[in-house]
Design a protein around this ligand. Structure first.
Ligand SMILES: [Mn+2]
Length: 254
């Protein structure tokens, strides 16, 4: 059985560079084109003032996680499943298949082929999963993230094991006894969060494409699209062509 009732939530910072707004627009378009009438909750916020880190993304990610936790609590109340996505994503097909009854889970996390996790897409079975375990998971993740944010020395140490503000905090809570019986499912990035490590394998099984690195460079106008093919050869061609369809469509309406 495949579940159908789920929502998608994402966070956009209104004062972020134009490229992020274009990526959020593309996400919206891709959900509309490929995921039917699935509700996309787009949370708008502003960059916090007085950030203590030079890298503004630490503050963005820390605030983003608060919105994600709120969205999960709201979904739990509504009895709906939820997929939490970065704004730099494209949804290429309906995502309900991830909630197949065959292997029930509370939280689905994507792992790259090299074993590193990526926190850009989190799948939460807030309808059939254990509500208390899910609440505790997000509380623990956000608490770890907040603690690290205000402890730059420990953060630096943790980054040696796993980079990324939300990611390193996620990595370091996995396996903590405090999480109790939460059921974590390991998903492949290729299928559920296709990023630069997987672009060369991109195929019709890919449900979510993560726009990072050089793709984002083109989107921001930092890399000339014409220069892209020789640089990447065959490696990126399929993912790039899909990405281009959405971005051309957005550009034509600007
Ligand atoms: Mn991302």
């Amino acid at each position: 059985m495949v579940h159908s009732k789920y929502r998608i939530a994402t966070v956009i910072f209104d004062d972020s560079p134009l490229v992020y707004h274009r990526m959020a627009q593309a996400l919206e378009l891709s959900v509309h084109c490929n995921a039917g009438d699935v509700r996309l909750q787009m949370f708008h916020c502003k960059t916090p003032t007085g950030t203590i880190h030079e890298n503004v993304s630490f503050a963005w990610n820390t605030l983003k996680l608060r919105f994600w936790e709120e969205a999960v609590l709201d979904a739990l109340d509504a009895g709906e499943r939820i997929v939490l996505l970065d704004a730099d994503m494209l949804v290429l097909r309906d995502l309900s298949q991830v909630f197949s009854n065959d292997k029930p889970f509370d939280i689905g996390i994507t792992f790259r082929p090299d074993g590193f996790l990526n926190g850009g897409a989190i799948y939460v079975d807030s309808a059939d999963g254990c509500a208390n375990a899910i609440r505790l998971f997000f509380h623990t993740w956000r608490s770890m993230n907040d603690a690290l944010y205000f402890d730059p020395k420990t953060l630096e140490q943790f980054f040696k094991v796993h980079p990324g503000m939300n990611q390193t905090s996620l990595f370091h809570i996995l396996g903590l006894p405090v999480l109790g019986p939460v059921c974590i499912k390991k998903l492949t990035t290729l299928e559920w969060n296709c990023m630069n490590s997987d672009w060369h394998l991109f195929n019709s099984s890919t449900a979510v494409l993560h726009i990072k690195g050089v793709l984002r460079g083109v989107c921001a106008g930092l890399v000339n699209e014409v220069d892209l093919s020789p640089r990447l050869g065959k490696r990126l061609s399929a993912a790039f062509l899909v990405w281009k369809q959405y971005y051309d469509c957005i550009s034509s309406t600007e």
